[in-house]
Design a protein. Structure first.
Length: 114
């Protein structure tokens, strides 16, 4: 890990901020890879709206690195909509972001903008 990443990780730990999140969008997969850690049973999935809400909450919490993963995420018909939302939130710079493209300004969740 580079010195900068270590410093950022240490600071996030001190502040109680989740530095990095891996979000598994689905368990579905059209492969059965022997090395895969998923059981591929149908555990259901969050809706598009639920996923976008979670992304906004993670951005507000200060998540800096977001990894979208899962089974085969391209099996979700809404994957690119979710990806567009995640990119619009700019996890490393929420304070300078204008209204996000997910439908609501994340800074206005229950309070006046800073």
């Amino acid at each position: 890990m580079s010195a900068l990443m270590q410093e950022m990780s240490d600071r996030a730990l001190r502040l109680g901020v989740p530095f990095s999140v891996q979000l598994d969008l689905t368990y579905r997969c059209n492969e059965q890879c022997v090395h895969c850690y998923l059981d591929h049973d149908d555990h259901g999935e969050m809706t598009t709206a639920e996923t976008k809400h979670l992304l906004r909450e993670m951005a507000e919490a200060g998540v800096f690195i977001l990894t979208l993963s899962g089974g085969e995420i391209f099996l979700r018909k809404d994957f690119f909509e979710i990806l567009e939302c995640a990119r619009a939130l700019i996890f490393c710079d929420l304070l300078h972001q204008a209204e996000d493209q997910c439908g609501a300004d994340p800074r206005s969740a229950g309070s006046a903008p800073a």
